[in-house]
Design a protein around this ligand. Structure first.
Ligand code: PPS
Length: 569
């Protein structure tokens, strides 16, 4: 069925009465606790944002989507939407069985009839969907290190929408937006997708795009999940609200989209277009490097700068939504206004502040000029991101047992306390195992749980403006990376590899553990009978052989100073 602007988009919810009954019955079903990304996906499945999907993809649909961006029935759909689960959970579910899907608080939001269960070829998915099997890509990292190993597919029956307590008035389902546009008589609507705060250049380009398309404008930012390290959505929405006042009244609206982005560039642009089409939008702004994930592990861009525009253009007729080219706007000093970069004659002074430069100025508390952004936006950003020397951060030591981690960490703790200003917490390996992880052993699974606990506590400390010093062995690179991502949402993560060789640690054998490990009396001993992934890009590597503890701690302090984390502002 073709979707016109005036017909409602199909939702997966049942009626209120049926939902109450289904909810009671579903209490007895095997249930899956949705991960944050799955929760975002489910919301858009249920409210029609992912129309024509009727549930999590079946294996046949998945193969079609991965290989050629099409569902088994031929419909265009570029992104795999899967219910990834653990092997154990998959083993507990039979084909044909209904399962309950619950949110983090245990509320049943939907049921799913499991029609398919399979082990995906994740490397193939990474290559085809994201362009490379490279974990520098956030979605590829998610695929390999966060997603479960088995996919379940099947139709979903919606019971209730996930509850949001923030910015409720700004959240709209596709059908709410369709009704809103109808009510206001908006027939041509251009949507602007964003995961960043808006500055003057964005305001200018969106305003021009709307004028060019002779359309009303909807700022449609993603507030579900964006790229790790982005400005949090609470701050961004306060910024968007401030910018909304800068448009002519009654031409522009703001609505929040609870999407979990994948940063898949060209495929993501097409996906964004289909989602906006479902929301009743007729035009969509696609920019240079739309939904780009940053650099790959060789330091190059994953996608060409115009790949997203090309793929969108190729499919726009079929999608029924028109692309509006993003104009790269720059500030012309002589005329004190923004103009499209390609329309500027030679000889005028063009000013620009890149994203990196903006972050630097915020981090160092430097001036952000009025021509670049609106004072209200800068004020919000400064409230959330105080200069680095006032933010919390985490120093994460890693290395073999007996490498000197704890001793250096303790010296650093004392030095930072001497400097004052921020509370300092030491999460030493032994201390954590005594107070937080008494029940854990040294299997890979237990070590990972232990490190994730440390990461969680460190991220909370960092969020609240403190300094967390961690000193576990943390032998697995993927787990260290996960902790880095947890912490970097809130402040800097400084990985310090205490690079004392295993021979030296064994020679010192402070606790007599190496001897026992050699005799086989301690199993799974790191460096002797258990692996250690040497950090590839730590912020600092310290060699402790023939080096005094005091000097090692000094090296860390100098690093922190160099990163702007300590010092005056
Ligand atoms: S991990 O891998 O990060 O969870 O380890 P961690 O919590 O840092 O604990 C390491 C300390 O436990 C002692 N210990 C062992 N280490 C490695 N392997 C095995 N099998 C083992 N069994 C006990 C050891 O004293 C470590 O302390 P540190 O402070 O690193 O010397």
């Amino acid at each position: 069925m073709t979707l016109t602007q005036h017909s409602p988009v199909p939702e997966l919810y049942v009626s209120y009465e049926s939902a109450q009954k289904l909810k009671r019955e579903a209490a007895d079903l095997t249930s899956w606790d949705l991960k944050p990304r799955q929760l975002c996906d489910l919301e858009l499945l249920m409210n029609g944002g992912f129309n024509p999907l009727k549930g999590f993809l079946s294996e046949e649909d998945y193969n079609g989507v991965v290989e050629n961006m099409r569902l088994a029935d031929g419909s265009l759909w570029p992104m795999p939407i899967n219910l990834d689960v653990t092997q154990d959970f998959a083993d507990s579910v039979e084909i044909g069985q209904d399962i309950a899907l619950r949110d983090a608080e245990g509320v049943i939001l939907a049921t799913m009839n499991v029609t398919d269960k399979w082990v995906p070829n994740k490397s193939n998915e990474a290559e085809k969907v994201f362009g490379a099997d490279d974990i520098a890509h956030p979605a590829v990292n998610y695929l390999h290190n966060v997603a479960g190993s088995v996919y379940l597919g099947g139709p979903v029956t919606g019971i209730q929408a996930p509850v949001h307590y923030d910015f409720r008035a700004r959240r709209n389902t596709p059908n709410e937006l369709r009704a809103f546009f109808r009510k206001l008589g908006w027939r041509r609507i251009v949507a602007f997708q964003t995961r960043n705060p808006l500055h003057r250049a964005h305001q200018e380009l969106t305003f021009r795009a709307a004028k060019e398309a002779q359309a009303n404008l909807m700022i449609h930012p993603v507030v579900g999940m964006t790229k790790p390290g982005d400005v949090d959505h609470f701050t961004r929405v306060r910024c968007y609200e401030a910018v909304l006042d800068k448009y002519p009244q009654a031409t522009t609206t703001l609505s929040l989209l609870n999407l979990a982005m994948r940063m898949a560039g060209p495929r993501e642009a097409v996906w964004h277009g289909l989602i906006r089409k479902n929301h009743g939008v007729t035009h969509f702004i696609v920019g240079r490097d739309h939904a780009g994930p940053g650099k790959n592990s060789a330091g190059e861009d994953f996608y060409g700068p115009y790949d997203a525009q090309d793929l969108f253009r190729k499919h726009q007729d079929e999608m029924g939504i028109e692309m509006v080219d993003f104009k790269h706007m720059v500030y012309v000093q002589e005329r004190a206004q923004y103009e499209p970069a390609d329309e500027i004659e030679e000889g005028v002074t063009v000013l620009n502040i890149s994203g990196t430069e903006l972050r630097r100025r915020l981090a160092e508390g430097l001036e952000i000029p009025d021509w670049f952004s609106f004072p209200e936006v800068v004020k919000e950003l400064r409230r959330t991101k105080p200069p680095r020397a006032k933010q919390g951060f985490t120093v994460f030591f890693t290395g073999f047992s007996g490498s000197g981690k704890s001793t250096i960490a303790n010296a650093l703790r004392v030095k930072l306390m001497e400097m004052g200003g921020r509370p300092v917490t030491l999460l030493d390996g032994d201390i954590v195992r005594k107070h937080l992880s008494q029940e854990l052993g040294f299997s890979k699974e237990h070590r990972d749980i232990n490190i994730r606990r440390i990461g969680y506590v460190a991220s909370e400390i960092t969020k609240n403006g403190g300094i967390a010093i961690c000193a576990p062995i943390a032998p697995y690179a993927a787990t260290r990376r996960a902790v880095r991502e947890d912490v970097e949402q809130f402040g800097a993560f400084v990985e310090v590899h205490v690079a004392t060789s295993i021979e030296e640690c064994e020679r010192r054998d402070r606790k007599g553990l190496y001897k026992l490990a050699r005799e086989g009396k301690i199993k799974e001993f790191t460096g002797i009978s258990d692996p250690y992934d040497v950090p590839e890009n730590p912020e600092l590597a310290i060699d402790t052989e023939n080096t005094e503890v005091d000097y090692c701690a000094q090296q860390v302090l100098l690093k922190l100073e160099g990163m702007g984390l300590i010092g005056t502002t």
